[in-house]
Design a protein around this ligand. Structure first.
Ligand code: HEM
Length: 220
């Protein structure tokens, strides 16, 4: 049998795929939040529209987008599988209140899986609101108008801010677990990994959350 299939069929194979795809998705978030920060430029959305146009028409970016969706699927499928295996091997469930006493990967699974479910729900809603109309619809608004109109709705803006808090929560535990699975979160690198993790679980979600807050409170 193909070596990759054998590797993927093993538990550790799925955990490694989940870690690598999760870390790859983190790099996407850097690009996405950086592009979105152009929304703050006081030029009526001109710069953001140019960036959005470049991102949606550039051949290299469109190809990377396919890799991105493969990464999202690989991460979700492996995640659901690992979650199910953990449930089957420990049907009585975890003691949610003693998680600090036990920092093994398996003990963090309830936090990771709960936040993963909410982030997954957010992602489906996000792609339906922004990505599908831009790519496949007959959208007549510019990308800037689309974002500003969407976030003039307080319910959507609050949904985004709450979801981004869950994203931060998911990344806090996921980022560290990813490196732990890869065997890199040892004494030597732990302090560095935890420092870089702050960018992902705190700064990036804050950068995203600032967007709905800005349109809701300052632009409507
Ligand atoms: C308030 C913050 C956000 C805004 C304003 C925003 C805006 C957008 C827009 C306008 C698009 C369509 C771009 C296009 O195809 O031209 C898009 C796509 C996408 N967004 Fe977001 N986004 C935000 C947060 C997030 C977060 C937190 C995630 C992940 C957890 C995410 C994941 C994606 C993905 C996977 C796509 C489709 C791939 C792509 O076209 O880049 N977004 N977003």
């Amino acid at each position: 049998m193909n070596k990759f299939i054998l590797f993927y069929r093993s538990s550790i194979g799925k955990k490694i795929i989940m870690s690598l795809s999760g870390l790859f998705l983190c790099t996407f978030l850097i690009v996405h939040v950086s592009a979105n920060l152009f929304l703050f430029k006081q030029d009526g959305g001109e710069a953001y529209n140019q960036v959005a146009h470049f991102m949606s028409t550039n051949f290299v970016i469109r190809t990377i987008e396919i890799v991105l969706f493969v990464g999202i699927l690989a991460h979700m499928i492996s995640g659901v599988w690992v979650w199910m295996m953990n449930r089957l091997s420990r049907p009585v469930g975890y003691d949610m209140y003693r998680l600090k006493d036990n920092t093994k990967f398996s003990s963090r699974t309830p936090m990771l899986s709960t936040s993963a479910g909410l982030v997954g729900f957010f992602l489906v809603s996000h792609l339906t609101t922004f990505w599908i109309p831009t790519r496949f619809g007959t959208e007549t608004m510019t990308p800037y108008q689309m974002v500003s109109t969407a976030f003039s709705d307080p319910i959507l803006s609050i949904f985004y801010i709450v979801s981004l808090a869950f994203l931060g929560f998911h990344l806090k535990h996921g980022f560290q677990s990813g490196f732990q699975t890869l065997g890199l979160r040892n004494q030597k690198y732990k302090v560095w990994i935890d420092a870089v993790a702050v960018i992902f679980w705190l700064l990036i979600p804050l950068g995203f959350a600032a967007i709905p807050a800005y349109f809701l409170f300052f632009k409507s």
